[in-house]
Design a protein around this ligand. Structure first.
Ligand code: BG6
Ligand code: MG
Length: 220
């Protein structure tokens, strides 16, 4: 049976979560807002606009629309500077093994990312051609935890939501997968991702046999 396996990008396929963190931290410091790793956890999977809104809320600051737009573009410039130096060494462990296994089993493979930079990153790490469908921040109007990004991915592959599996490192992304009625697999810290159907530290813990069971399982 053909299933769709939908991958988040930042923190699942590549270790870019650290670059988002650095850029947001520098922005918060410039606004004299303190910004912790715990707060950063709440920004994972969250759109650029919503992330800046949250940082301002935490700092109790209000700024003009013009400054808001300028800060967002400065943050993105810094982020783009980090990712311009990326290469295949920044692919997270065993991601190619899992992608290649799914492709060998003729399963649908899609990207479901909030990032507007997703396509550039996939090209930099030479994984672009592994995906049958790419849905990113340029294709959606509602940010995770809204399920839109995953539902568009499922539709593009012609697979119903209960036959989809989502790999995510963020709380917002796991919530999005659950509300799309898809099997959610957390990649990362179990105490953060406890709402997921399954949780693994990283892809090295995921065996081919587990993928085989997912191919024959539906979300209930
Ligand atoms: C998500 C990241 O994948 O993309 C978030 O987890 C980020 O941290 C969001 O804010 C938007 O990304 P970008 O690259 O369009 O700013
Ligand atoms: Mg992520």
């Amino acid at each position: 049976m053909k299933k769709a396996f939908i991958f988040d990008l930042d923190g699942v396929i590549v270790d870019t979560a650290k670059y988002h963190f650095l850029a947001w931290q520098n922005l918060a410091t410039s606004l004299e807002i303190s910004f912790s790793e715990e707060q950063n956890e709440q920004l994972k999977g969250v759109s650029r606009v919503r992330s800046l809104e949250k940082i301002l809320e935490w700092g109790g600051k209000t700024i003009s629309e013009e400054r808001f737009t300028k800060l967002m573009s400065e943050k993105n410039e810094e982020y783009l500077n980090y990712i311009s130096r990326m290469d295949t060494s920044e692919i997270l462990p065993d991601v190619p093994r899992i992608l290649d296994y799914l492709i060998s089993k003729e399963q649908g493979v899609a990207l479901g990312s909030a990032s507007k930079n997703a396509r550039i990153i996939l090209e930099k790490v030479e994984l672009y051609d592994k995906f049958h469908s790419i849905v990113d921040g340029t294709n959606v109007s509602k940010a995770k935890p809204d399920p839109e990004v995953f539902l568009i991915g499922a539709e593009a592959l012609g697979v119903s939501p209960e036959n989809c599996v989502v790999f995510e490192d963020s709380v917002a992304g796991i919530q999005a997968a659950n509300s799309a009625n898809m099997i959610s697999i957390g990649i990362g810290n179990p105490s953060v991702l406890h709402e997921a159907d399954y949780i693994f530290k990283d892809f090295t813990e995921i065996k081919e046999e587990f993928i085989d069971t997912l191919v024959t399982t539906q979300k209930v």
